[in-house]
Ligand binder design. Structure first.
Ligand code: FES
Length: 86
């Protein structure tokens, strides 16, 4: 699903950027160009970034078995974000 229509950026693109090391909003903007045209995607892109980075930070401090569960939950949350509008 597209996160940023103006720049044709998908959730997968955002996750790939995060996996490659983007941890700050400014990094994501520079790498993908999100929220630099109309700005409509800012909330969604920031939510994806926050969810993924939080999961990564959390898993670094957990025993492996819990870390795997937290990572799976975070990946699922990214897949269903944003919720489908009625
Ligand atoms: S939707 Fe991302 S800048 Fe317009």
């Amino acid at each position: 699903m597209y996160v940023c229509i103006c720049n044709a950026v998908t959730e997968t693109d955002v996750q790939t950027a995060i996996d490659a090391g983007c941890r700050e909003w400014e990094d994501l903007q520079e790498v993908l160009g999100v929220a630099q045209v109309c700005g409509c995607c800012q909330d969604s892109a920031q939510a994806l970034l926050a969810a993924s980075v939080s999961a990564d930070v959390a898993t670094e401090k957990m025993p492996t078995v819990y870390a795997q569960g937290a990572k799976a939950i975070a990946e699922f949350a990214v897949k269903i974000w944003p919720p489908v509008a009625a």
